[in-house]
Write a protein that binds this ligand. Structure first.
Ligand SMILES: Nc1nc2c(c(=O)[nH]1)N[C@H]1C(S)=C(S)[C@@H](COP(=O)(O)O)O[C@H]1N2
Ligand SMILES: [Mo]
Length: 286
């Protein structure tokens, strides 16, 4: 099996974080069926999970082998873990069983990525840019984000395909803090989020984004957000289904109108309130 740790797949140019384009670049990026069709059936059954049922099936033995490798990686740490991350990404992108979601230490989270590898950025090369309809465009490093006031939240996480992880801790900077610092122009009504996987996008209205429980998250469960969970920085939109919480966050653009995000082109609701959207009736998370 080949895997790629560069954060993009062969044939897809690096670094084009979908700023000028909202549709996935290649046919391979597209789910086979519109997600809502199956998401509505609730699929707690991972085999029915549109977010996982991509690419060709991977044998259960191979997947279990990966899990064993994962356990070894925790013991040796560091670069082995990075390699496991890429293997995990390329396997789970093709794993309709969802078994790869049950990671050692995963705490009930399933792993999702619409790209085929886990991109890595850190202290030196991570940037979060805020631009668009703002008075003061800015680019933050990790240390800059850590120096801003940190907000701690403990909430249930709810995926639109049915799984829920109770009481997960997140901390980071409120979106409203970043928006105030940038100075949103009066013509701005929404935010468009881009990711350094080069594929995923999300959106929020300005009103939604200014809630106190909308974070640019730096920690999850008390530790820096891991690469697999979208670190070093991911969005955490607490009151919304987890697809709104873009992993590998690299750009926030203030826009005139809402630009629907990746999954929203395939039927997920743009306003992703837990329990009040996507035809689901889950208990609220905020
Ligand atoms: N960049 C990016 N962000 C993403 C996704 C993705 O595929 N790529 N998947 C979304 C979905 S559908 C879910 S449920 C959560 C999964 O987060 P986790 O992998 O930390 O469990 O991330 C969301 N953010
Ligand atoms: Mo999801």
């Amino acid at each position: 099996m080949s895997n790629h740790s560069s954060g993009h797949s062969p044939g897809r140019p690096p670094g084009d974080a979908a700023g000028d384009e909202h549709l996935p670049r290649t046919a391979r990026d597209l789910p086979k069926d519109p997600p809502r069709k199956r998401a509505r059936k609730g699929a707690e059954d991972p085999a029915q999970d549109p977010e996982l049922g991509r690419g060709s099936p991977v044998g259960r033995r191979l997947v279990l082998g990966m899990l064993g490798l994962g356990a070894a990686g925790v013991a040796v740490g560091g670069s082995m873990q990075d390699r496991i991350d890429s293997v995990l990404a390329s396997v789970s992108a093709k794993d309709p069983t969802g078994v790869t979601g049950l990671l050692p230490g995963g705490g009930g989270f399933r792993f999702y990525s619409v790209s085929e590898s886990i991109p890595h950025r850190g202290e030196d090369d991570y940037r979060l840019t805020i631009g668009g309809l703002v008075d003061r465009p800015v680019s933050y490093r990790l240390a800059d984000l850590r120096a801003l006031p940190q907000v701690h939240l403990v909430r249930d996480v709810q995926c639109v395909t049915g799984w829920r992880v109770p009481r997960t801790a997140f901390s980071g900077v409120r979106l409203s803090t970043l928006l105030d610092a940038a100075g949103v122009k009066s013509s701005g009504t929404a935010l468009h989020f881009t990711c350094f996987d080069g594929v995923y996008t999300e959106s929020l209205t300005l009103e939604q984004a200014r809630r106190g429980d909308m974070l640019v998250a730096l920690t999850m469960d008390g530790k820096p957000v891991t690469a697999a969970h979208g670190g070093p920085v991911r969005l955490y939109a607490a009151p919304m289904y987890f697809y709104k919480s873009a992993k590998w966050l690299s750009g926030i653009t203030v826009t005139k109108d809402v630009q629907p995000g990746y999954w929203e082109h395939y039927g997920y609701d743009v306003d992703g309130w837990v329990g009040k959207s996507n035809g689901r009736h889950d208990d609220p998370t905020s």
